[in-house]
Design a protein around this ligand. Structure first.
Ligand code: AMP
Length: 221
C-alpha cells in the first residue's frame, strides 16, 4: 500500500487512538496523536505545555494556533514519503483549514477521513475504564481490553494510570466540546468526499478489520 495521509475523527473514547496505533503498526505508518503531543509538552514543562495545561484539565480545547503549530512541526519531522494518521487533530474548522493549507504547502494531500461513531453512554463507560501506560502511552480498558498483568503495560511494563481528564466530570465537558466544535468537521470532510464512517461499538478486532478495508480502498492505491 502506498503511503497515505489519514485523519481519524470521532469523540473522545470512540477508539480512534487504539485503532490509529494498531493500523500505524500494521501498515508502517506513523500515529500523530495531538493529545499525546500535548501531554509530552506538559511532561517537559515547555511553554506550549504550560499554555495547554489549563485547557486540557478543564476538558476544553487548546487554542487553534498552538495545536496547529505542534502538529505541522510533527509532520515536518517525518522522513519524506511517510504515511501518517492524524489522531485527535483537527478538532475545529480553523484547524482543518490550517491543516489543508499546511499540507498543500508541503505537497501533501489527505487520502481519507475515518469517523468513529459511538453512543454517549458507551463513550463515558469506556473513558472512565480507560488506563494509559505512563511509559509508552499504550491504552487499555479494565473491562474489555485489560493488560495481562494488573496495572502493568503489556508492551513496556510501565505503570498504568487513569488520565486526570478521564474522570467522569471532565468527560461530560469533553463530549460537549466535541459536539460543539469538532462534530461539524464530519460535514466538512463529507463535502470533500473524504469521509467514511465506522461503527465503533464492535470489538477492537472487528473495527480494525473494517478500518483496514476502508483505508486500503481510500485515495491513491
Ligand atoms: P485527547 O488525548 O485527544 O483526548 O486530548 C486531550 C486534550 O488535549 C483535549 O481535551 C484538549 O484539551 C487537548 N487537545 C488535543 N487535541 C487537540 C486539538 N486538536 N485541538 C485543541 N485541543 C486539543
Amino acid at each position: 500500500m502506498p503511503a497515505k495521509q489519514l485523519i481519524f475523527l470521532g469523540p473522545p473514547g470512540s477508539g480512534k487512538g487504539t485503532q490509529a496505533g494498531r493500523l500505524a503498526e500494521r501498515f508502517g505508518m506513523v500515529q500523530l496523536s495531538s493529545g499525546d503531543a500535548l501531554r509530552r509538552e506538559r511532561r517537559e514543562s515547555s511553554e506550549i505545555g504550560r499554555k495547554a495545561a489549563q485547557y486540557m484539565d478543564a476538558g476544553t480545547l487548546v487554542p487553534d494556533e498552538v495545536i496547529t503549530g505542534v502538529m505541522l512541526a510533527a509532520i515536518d519531522k517525518l522522513p519524506a514519503g511517510t504515511g501518517f494518521i492524524l489522531d485527535g487533530f483537527p478538532r475545529t474548522a480553523p484547524q482543518a483549514e490550517a491543516l489543508e493549507t499546511g499540507l498543500r504547502q508541503r505537497g501533501l494531500e489527505l487520502d481519507a477521513v475515518i469517523d468513529f461513531k459511538l453512543d454517549d453512554g458507551e463513550i463515558v463507560r469506556r473513558i472512565v475504564e480507560r488506563r494509559v501506560c505512563q511509559g509508552c502511552q499504550a491504552t487499555y480498558n479494565v473491562s474489555f481490553l485489560p493488560p495481562k498483568v494488573d496495572g502493568k503495560c503489556d508492551k513496556c511494563g510501565g505503570e498504568l494510570i487513569q488520565r486526570p481528564d478521564d474522570r467522569e466530570e471532565v468527560v461530560v465537558t469533553r463530549l460537549e466540546t466535541y459536539r460543539a466544535q469538532t462534530a461539524p468537521l464530519i460535514e466538512y470532510y463529507s463535502r470533500q468526499g473524504l469521509l467514511s464512517t465506522v461503527d465503533s461499538s464492535a470489538g477492537a478486532d472487528a473495527v480494525q478489520a473494517e478500518v483496514t478495508r476502508l483505508i486500503k480502498s481510500a485515495g491513491r492505491n
